[in-house]
Design a binder for this molecule. Structure first.
Ligand code: F6R
Length: 241
């Protein structure tokens, strides 16, 4: 795994955006695998700034997102589809029809998972952006998720519900389930970019880079990916230096 340690969040975001923009410039019909959460917001702002200032076009780009809360859709400002539109897509010239995410409102959840897996077979990520949970989760693949998992519905752990509650009015509003790409879907990406900032990620980053490859730390499987880069700030890198 390649590791790039940046002095702060801003530098991390710029470096991450540069990598994604390079992929799009090389292949204007690239497939971008995207993540939500606090970590990539600065990266997405940089992509929007570059689009406006330098004209990088996303007209032919397709996107697949990692995950979505069960029960939420575009009408909920807590849904991930809402997050993606407001933090990235509305700032680019991307065709929203080319942006994909699991349907949080799907009645048949199992069918939705199989449908998403089929989609991922046709849209293989040229680059997959990831954040990391403080317990080492990637997407919503919590500890002990099998490495060969594909798209599935998860019951979120108390730890993740607590972490995510900062984005909701109260902890009771955080959905208890989510759709998520599985670890195999993530490992199938051609290139992986995992971002981490802040001292609460330091332990997870240690497990990602230097720990044993174990389902206890789902991100540790990325050590086996042939083209994975971690871009993090000094605080998140505290235990790997
Ligand atoms: C988001 C996702 C999650 C987050 C992780 C870190 O789509 O899949 O795995 O990347 O929970 O979240 P933040 O960035 O908010 O610390």
């Amino acid at each position: 795994m390649k590791v790039i340690i940046c002095k702060d969040y801003e530098e991390m975001s710029k470096k991450a955006a540069e990598t994604i923009i390079a992929v799009v410039k090389k292949n204007p019909s690239a497939v971008l695998g995207l993540a939500t959460g606090s970590t990539p917001i600065g990266t997405y702002s940089e992509m929007i700034r570059d689009h406006k200032e330098n004209g990088t076009s996303y007209k032919g780009v397709k996107t697949v997102n990692l995950d979505e809360y069960v029960g939420l859709d575009i009408n909920s400002d807590q849904s991930y589809v809402y997050f993606m539109r407001h933090n990235l897509f509305y700032g680019l010239d991307i065709d929203l029809a080319n942006t994909h995410i699991e349907n949080g409102k799907a009645e048949d959840k199992e069918a939705e998972c199989r449908k998403y897996d089929e989609l991922l077979k046709t849209l293989v990520q040229d680059v997959q952006v990831l954040g990391i949970g403080s317990n080492g989760h990637i997407a919503f693949n919590e500890p002990f998720t099998p490495f060969d998992s594909t798209t599935h519905v998860v019951d979120l752990t108390e730890n993740t519900i607590k972490d995510n509650s900062r984005l909701f009015k109260s902890i009771d509003e955080v959905p208890r389930q989510a759709f998520t790409m599985g670890l195999k879907n993530i490992m199938d990406a051609k290139k992986i970019l995992i971002l981490a900032n802040g001292k609460n990620k330091a332990k997870a980053v240690y497990g990602l880079v230097k720990g044993e490859v174990t389902t206890e730390v789902p991100a540790s499987i990325l050590q086996k990916h042939p083209d994975c880069t971690l871009i993090c700030d000094e605080e998140a890198a505290a235990l790997i230096k």
